[in-house]
Design a protein around this ligand. Structure first.
Ligand code: C5P
Length: 220
């Protein structure tokens, strides 16, 4: 029989960027291909989990065996994630925009002769992971990601606390032409009990190994 330790478990996954409109034709977004988040959703589904993937706009196909909600903004993503609670686990992989433009212009901003450039006033977006980590219906296992360019482990430990996560999957994105949009990843799993460093491998392999680790944790 197939190895399906996650049968009966529901897991919410976020993936991709969020996109925050400026006016009807312009937006601010984070750099994210969705490759890692989608691979994790697929790997969890292969182990038998009922996976609810909430994805920002990406150019890759919906993973097989997964129900997908497509969203654009951080606020839409938060709403979709919370609609899927209660769940046994949450894995928040999306690159959520930290800020959005305070009020979206209803019409396309036009260049005015001699008018100069517009000033964008930004406001903070909700932190979806922190919302789940501190939710009344908090999943038993809450996993976040942290893409850092410096002080990787110190920042990951701070994130564990602040966001109420059980694990932070930390990856160093400081190397040129590396993780962003690429097919490989080098991660460390930071939890209260310490740091587990995994060798560099493909995003598919990271996904498969993380799915197994999640199955083990939920099986305890
Ligand atoms: O604080 P930072 O953006 O580095 O945290 C990354 C982690 O938090 C990721 O798991 C990401 O999906 C999540 N996050 C979120 N909502 C935000 C910002 C980050 O869920 N507004």
């Amino acid at each position: 029989p197939a190895h399906r330790p996650l049968v009966g478990k529901t897991i919410v996954v976020t993936s991709g960027p969020t996109v925050e409109p400026i006016d009807p034709v312009r937006y601010i977004a984070n750099r994210s291909s969705g490759k890692q988040g989608h691979a994790i959703a697929a790997a969890l589904a292969r182990l038998g989990a009922t996976v609810r993937l909430v994805s920002g706009p990406v150019s890759i196909p919906d993973p097989e065996g997964v129900s997908v909600v497509h969203v654009e903004t951080a606020r839409e993503m938060k709403q979709a994630v919370e609609k899927h609670l209660p769940a046994d686990a949450a894995v928040m992989v999306a690159a959520v925009a930290d800020w959005r433009v305070e009020s979206e212009w209803g019409q396309k901003l036009k260049k005015q002769p001699g008018g100069g450039a517009p000033t964008l006033r930004m406001v903070e977006n909700p932190d979806i992971l922190a919302g789940v980590g501190h939710h009344a219906e908090r999943p038993r296992l809450v996993v976040g990601f942290a893409a850092e360019t410096q002080d990787l482990l110190a920042n990951a430990r701070k994130k564990l606390e602040k966001k109420g996560a059980d694990w932070i999957v930390a990856n160093d994105v400081s190397h040129e032409g590396g993780v962003m949009g690429g097919d490989r990843n080098h991660v460390r799993i930071v939890s209260k009990s310490g740091v587990e460093e995994w060798p560099e491998m493909t995003k598919e392999e990271v996904a498969a190994r993380l799915a197994e680790k999640i199955a083990e944790a939920l099986g305890e």
